[in-house]
Design a protein around this ligand. Structure first.
Ligand SMILES: Cc1cc2nc3c(=O)[nH]c(=O)nc-3n(C[C@H](O)[C@H](O)[C@H](O)COP(=O)(O)OP(=O)(O)OC[C@H]3O[C@@H](n4cnc5c(N)ncnc54)[C@H](O)[C@@H]3O)c2cc1C
Length: 436
């Protein structure tokens, strides 16, 4: 049973990441009745991280994944591991929370980076992790905002962002398209699917019962929860929903209360053919990951085998975007005219789960249903941390989890998701604000 979002993904599914990993044989689907303490729905960073933490705390955990581990955004993303919630998300948290809570949220994201690096070490996950990240202003009008943000992060959080003038930009990124930048020495990039499969492998080794090709189509919440799949059911004490934008894809939404708090925004990536190392290094001498500071961002980095990976957000309308590869390629060549002769070997896409205020949406429904969603393009790092915070809350210390449950989230208008004219208009509004 494929939902609307999955059909749209089918339009463009030739992922460099899938082509550059060897997946283990699939875990068997859930069959029959299973009793466990916690059932996690979703095999991306959030679900796997939560399952890993819970298993380490001694919980008995089962994880259901509708497809394969890393099938969703965690196996498709730009690979940019970025500390923080972006200037929009940060601003929303600061406006809504007292200073000490905003600081606690920031600290959790910094810890998310350490958690990621620790897991790479502890579980020996070979995922091409590189430190260094640039945020780039694509035009003069965007410089003041970037400068203010750098000052704020340094003064308020003591975070060592470094201001980079135009004349120095070519030390990091060799493109005339940008007029200034902010260098972050701690954020960085990695091969997202290798990292996700590494987490999956670690979870299995820690005793998590992983069931792939097992979409959950209903959570019964009468007494103790029961999670149902086509061929089985899990009776448990607690459920964690970590299914991102896909929770409504296999029947009714597993938690309709939270469905309209996120909007799936399509974003797409291309990978060039491999270059000589010297040529690749001439494009991005610092081998940093980079993105511009538009609301709908362009983002890029080099892969370990010297391809340029370039991604771009797309406005949404009722039909899949036309000429997608050509459009993203045009943005890449606009950024790096030196790449005009390179073939595009791969193109793929996915959905970013965006909240109205761009801050992450974590919470509880009743006493036995936890959820984490709405990472708004910053989930590589923070989805893992969100999983850890849920595990902490379940084991009795909800203090850090509750920092995030205090953030208010509004619902996007319209029952038919982003396909409503109001939302299409909203996306065009962001695009216009970036352009004008
Ligand atoms: C193209 C792209 C580029 C991105 N770039 C970046 C980036 O550079 N940096 C960054 O920080 N973030 C980026 N993101 C966002 C980031 O990837 C996500 O925020 C993060 O991966 C979310 O993790 P998750 O575990 O919440 O969701 P996912 O990784 O999407 O995992 C959810 C999983 O749940 C499963 N599932 C859903 N419903 C059910 C069900 N009913 N039963 C069983 N299983 C179910 C799905 O199959 C899926 O595998 C990008 C996203 C995309 C798509």
């Amino acid at each position: 049973m494929a939902g609307l979002l999955q059909k749209e993904l089918g339009v463009i599914e030739n992922s460099y990441y899938e082509a550059s990993v060897v997946r283990p044989p699939p875990s068997p689907p859930l069959q029959g009745r299973l009793r466990t303490q916690v059932c996690v729905v979703g095999g991306g960073y959030a679900g796997l991280s939560c399952a890993l933490e819970l298993a380490a705390l001694g919980f008995d955990v089962a994880l259901l994944e509708a497809h394969r581990i890393g099938w969703g955004a965690s196996g498709r993303n730009g690979g940019q591991a970025i500390v923080g919630f972006g200037s929009e998300g940060e601003g929303a948290i600061e406006r809504q929370c007292p200073e000490e809570l905003a600081r606690a949220a920031w600290n959790a994201s910094v810890e998310g980076m350490r958690l990621l690096e620790r897991r790479i070490d502890t579980f020996a996950i070979a995922c091409d992790h590189v430190r260094g990240y640039m945020t780039l202003a694509p035009r003069q009008r965007k410089v003041d905002g970037l400068r203010r943000w750098v000052r704020h992060m340094r003064e308020h959080y003591g975070y060592p962002l470094e201001w980079v003038e135009r004349a120095q930009l070519s030390r990091y990124v060799c493109s005339d398209r940008f007029v200034a930048g902010a260098f972050d020495p701690h954020s960085g990039h990695l091969h997202p699917l290798k990292y996700c499969l590494g987490l999956g492998d670690a979870a299995r080794r820690q005793g998590v019962k992983v069931f792939e090709n097992s979409p959950a189509y209903r959570v019964e919440r009468d007494m103790a929860p029961v999670v149902k799949t086509a061929e089985g059911e899990i009776h448990c004490e607690q459920v964690v929903l970590a299914g991102n934008v896909y929770l409504g894809e296999f029947g009714d939404h597993l938690a309709p209360e939270i469905a309209a708090r996120i909007m799936p925004v399509g974003t797409y990536m291309i990978a060039t053919e491999p270059m000589e190392a010297g040529r690749a290094n001439a494009l991005i001498p610092g081998r940093v990951a980079a993105s511009d500071n538009n609301l709908i961002v362009d983002y890029f980095r080099l892969s370990a085998d010297n391809r340029l990976l370039f991604g771009a957000g797309e406005t949404f309308n009722a039909r899949p975007p036309q000429n997608l590869v050509q459009r993203i390629r045009a943005r890449m060549v606009q950024t790096f005219p030196q790449t005009a002769d390179l073939n595009i070997d791969y193109a793929w896409g996915g959905f970013v789960d965006v909240t109205m205020n761009r801050a992450p949406d974590l919470g509880r429904i009743g006493s036995c249903l936890y959820y984490a969603q709405g990472f708004s393009g910053h989930g590589l790092l923070f989805a893992g941390m969100a999983g850890k915070l849920i595990a902490e809350a379940m084991s009795g210390d909800a203090s850090r989890f509750d920092v995030f449950t205090r953030i208010r989230h509004h619902q996007f208008p319209g029952g038919a998701w982003f396909r409503t004219p109001a939302l299409v208009l909203g996306m065009w509004y962001y695009r216009l604000r970036d352009l004008l």
